[in-house]
Design a protein around this ligand. Structure first.
Ligand code: 0X9
Ligand code: ZN
Ligand code: CA
Ligand code: CA
Length: 814
């Protein structure tokens, strides 16, 4: 982060003549070891903002002249990283060339094009609130002042809700910003949230829910005097004034408004300062400042369930307590809501006294102690964003906080969400969802909010799958207590008896309450995964190694136990196959045992074709294989894998491996999502060295097909030439005996299967093993007269009364 800043250190050493010494701010780095053994020194020095540089671990302090003097007085060694922060910030503020923002583009000036380097000035904030009310009169109040500052300015407040003029019985939320005059991104983020709610009300059910069921109160600028002061001293933005403009006498100004609340005010001098010139000066008494009197009166007059007081920066999501290292009694609630709120911005969660520094008299302690609100002080932005993030960061920072603001608003009332859902098999108890069985879907619903839900809350199961019939689709939830959860009874759907194994039944589970619906989707895979074809390359079932049209001159496809080669310390061809022992063989490009450079693919492409395999008699299949592709060291070659369902007349790409991938990797594909399954499936692997400038080595092993059918299935794999061996693959329940019965058609060619088993003979018997796949080698006839005839095979399982049969599988004898 800080390396962005460092090069600019040399730039600015020009505090303007009108700037008093106290108003010259530097960014300094201090090694954490400087504070070793003096843990309270940091707070005692009155540093109001501390971040840590991720790269160096250095503490990053924003120091004015006085704070620098205190570092010197305490013999703390520091490095000045930025000499004049105001001008350094100003140089980054470039409001020109903004892309139209998603929200607030219609405002004048449009969002993120305010006159303070892109930030809205105080007058522009007032105007924006007016424009918002004119545009959304039924969802907003006119702006109203909750109090008047020392210099006579209004502290503008606007309420957003349906029926905004009526105090309805809806949970209340407060979002304020800019207690600190140099932290305008908080104001921009709160305006962004307002604009999201209003502009999305008619299209986004969440925005509608929040406006219909909450009352949101916004105070975008708590410290107008300080902000206008920054506008005056630094009209292009970047002003570093923090406090209000209280005249403390002796030319010293300002009270830190976030130390002036009447909660543990002045508890100690490490969390706030009694010194008027300090950046954390707490004022003469609790709530001495009119701004804080107004805030406290406003807070007392309402019941905010959740409250956010937005600050910048450090990427923190802070909650009570600030005044001492104490966790609040309801820490678990804070942790739960904070963690949910920060899933997009990833800010660190915790009390400032533990993760930042002590601070007493602060907003969130007051909200928490006095009204029992769940209250946070987020610190928006990273240390490279700083107090005045570059103009182009106004929208990204606001939008990275949108979810956090939505969720904090949800938590003010009932916030039901599906915490988890489980599906259970209602059937034969084997844990697999099979045709004819049912599935139960059970949800645990948690309330991460402060109120129970209203009556009429439902969970609904639905599916548009042709194979699913919802048999119990509704569950009525009673009241789920605040920060509690309930588990539904199972909602059920019936799986049609004709559901092909391997299909997925998609369903939705809808949680509806208080007019808002949240939809969760899920899916149930039907059937038990069963291997249907396993080719570990230990035997060649009829692969074609090289085809007409190949252009490679060396490193052609072969099969063997790989002899590894290396090139500059990296494996080029594998030194072992992928199959677990005793497997040793695989298909690979060149295996002559020469050096890497002599054995690799050179001069073009080489093609490997699988035998044809039959997927016409099974449900959706998953295909997988292990592959290797070395492309050293110029990774500009390809290993293209394609699939065919017409025996190789036409091909569809399965994957195109580019770049070096020189380790065995198993990849799997859902066949029907590429093309329809037929009796003529085939794979093609093409390794190319083009351009001919690198070491190319490819290898393939362990081709597998998995199916999900529950009925027995049969395929024949291999090349049916006279006297050859083909493999009969039979699936079925483990432990079931089977016989394989065969016949040869009297007429040539592929015709319809035999009408019955009448003229068949037993060619093999066996028992289905635990893998559920029996692979039986079958010797083809050697009689030349058989050529051109179709060889038919069928498996008959079991020895009891019911003897389920597989499909008929066939091969044309060649
Ligand atoms: O010091 C502060 O007031 C806040 N940091 S800032 O850099 N924005 O000035 C931190 C306040 C932490 N205390 C609370 N949780 N309120
Ligand atoms: Zn602040
Ligand atoms: Ca089952
Ligand atoms: Ca192998």
């Amino acid at each position: 982060m800080l390396h962005l800043i460092a090069p600019l250190v040399v730039l600015a050493q020009t505090p303007t003549a009108t700037t008093a010494p106290l108003e010259h701010y530097r960014l300094v780095h201090v090694a954490p070891s400087e504070f070793a053994g003096r843990p309270r020194l940091l707070s005692a020095l009155g540093f109001d903002h501390v971040a840590q540089d991720a790269a160096s671990g250095a503490l990053e302090l924003t120091a004015n002249e006085e704070q620098l003097g205190e570092l010197n007085a305490n013999h703390v060694t520091y490095t000045v990283v930025i000499e004049d922060m105001a001008s350094w910030y100003a140089a980054r503020l470039t409001p020109a060339a903004q892309v139209a923002p998603q929200f607030g583009a219609w405002l004048s000036p449009p969002f993120a094009t305010g006159s303070l380097g892109g930030y809205f000035t105080f007058a522009e904030v007032a105007s924006v609130l007016d424009q918002i009310h004119v545009a959304y009169p039924t969802l907003t109040t006119a702006k109203a002042s909750i109090g008047t500052t020392l210099e006579g300015r209004s502290m503008w407040m606007i309420k957003l809700s349906d029926n905004p003029g009526i105090d309805e019985n809806e949970p209340e939320v407060r979002i304020d910003s800019m207690h600190h005059a140099r932290e305008p991104e908080g104001m921009q983020s709160s305006l962004w949230f307002m604009l999201y709610l209003l502009e999305s009300y008619s299209t986004d059910p969440l925005a509608k829910y929040l406006l219909d069921n909450r009352e949101l109160f916004f105070i975008p600028v708590v410290n107008p005097d300080g902000y206008v002061y920054n506008q005056t001293t630094n009209p292009g933005g970047g002003g570093m004034w923090r406090k209000n403009r209280r005249d403390n006498g002796g030319g010293v100004f300002g009270v830190d408004l976030n130390r002036n609340y009447n909660d543990h005010w002045g508890w100690d001098n490490t969390g706030s300062s009694p010194t008027t010139s300090s950046e954390t000066y707490r004022g003469t008494s609790a709530a001495s400042e009119p701004e804080i009197q107004a805030m406290q009166a406003f807070i007392q007059g309402r019941q905010f369930q959740t409250a956010l007081s937005l600050h910048t920066y450090s990427n923190l999501w802070l909650y009570p307590y600030g005044y001492a290292q104490i966790y609040p009694a309801n820490n678990a609630q804070y942790v739960e809501v904070s963690n949910l709120a920060t899933v997009i911005n990833h800010y660190q969660v915790g009390p400032p006294a533990f993760i930042l520094y002590l601070a007493n008299g602060v907003t969130c302690d007051y909200d928490h102690d006095v009204k029992g609100s769940l209250a946070w002080t987020p610190e928006i932005g990273s240390s490279s964003d700083g107090f005045w993030p570059p103009t182009g960061r106004i929208v990204p920072l606001a939008s990275e906080n949108l979810l956090a603001l939505q969720r904090t608003t949800l938590a003010a009332g009932a916030w039901l969400r599906v915490l988890s859902k489980t599906t259970t098999e209602i059937g034969d108890g084997d844990g697999f969802y099979e045709p004819g069985e049912s599935a139960g879907v059970t949800a645990t619903v948690r309330n991460s909010g402060r109120f129970a839900n209203l009556p009429g809350t439902t969970l609904t199961l639905a599916s548009s799958s042709p194979y699913a019939t919802v048999t119990n689709g509704n569950y009525g939830l009673g009241a789920v207590a605040s920060f509690n959860q309930v588990t539904s009874s199972p909602l059920t759907l019936a799986i049609a008896a004709n559901t092909p194994g391997g299909v997925s039944i998609d369903y939705t589970l809808t949680l509806a309450y208080e007019g808002w619906s949240q939809v969760e989707s899920g899916s149930i895979g039907i059937g038990q995964p069963t291997p249907f074809l396993v080719d570990d390359a230990e035997f060649d079932w009829g692969w074609s190694k090289g085809v007409a049209g190949d252009t490679a001159v060396s490193g052609l496809w072969t099969r063997g136990a790989p002899i590894g080669t290396n090139s500059s310390g990296q494996p080029a061809s594998p030194s072992a196959d992928n199959t677990p022992a005793p497997g040793v063989q695989c298909f690979l490009t060149g295996n002559a045992g020469g050096g890497a450079g002599t054995d690799d693919v050179d001069g073009g492409s080489t093609t490997l074709l699988s035998p044809i395999f039959d997927l016409s008699h099974c449900g959706p299949a998953t295909l997988s294989y292990a592959r290797w592709f070395a492309d050293l060291t110029v990774a500009d070659d390809t290993f293209a894998v394609s699939i065919s369902n017409n025996g190789g007349q036409s091909w569809l790409p399965l994957e195109n491996v580019v770049g070096n991938a020189n380790s065995w990797t198993t990849v799997s594909f859902d066949v029907p999502s590429f093309l329809p399954q037929t009796a003529n499936m085939r794979l093609r692997f093409v390794a190319s060295d083009a351009p001919n400038n690198s070491l190319v080595e490819a290898a393939v092993d362990d081709l597998q097909i998995v199916i999900y059918d529950s009925a027995p299935r049969l395929n024949l794999y291999g090349k049916p030439t006279l006297g050859s061996t083909v493999l009969a693959n039979v699936t079925g329940p483990a432990g079931t005996p089977f016989v394989l019965r065969a016949t040869i058609s009297s007429t040539g060619g592929a015709t319809a299967p035999p009408a019955s088993l009448a003229n068949t003979r037993v060619v093999a018997t066996g028992t289905i093993p635990a893998t559920r796949l029996a692979s039986v080698p079958i010797s083809m006839t050697s009689r030349p007269a058989a050529v051109g005839h179709t060889f038919w095979l069928r498996a008959v399982l079991g020895n009891g009364a019911s003897k389920p049969s597989s499909n008929w599988a066939s091969l044309l004898v060649q």
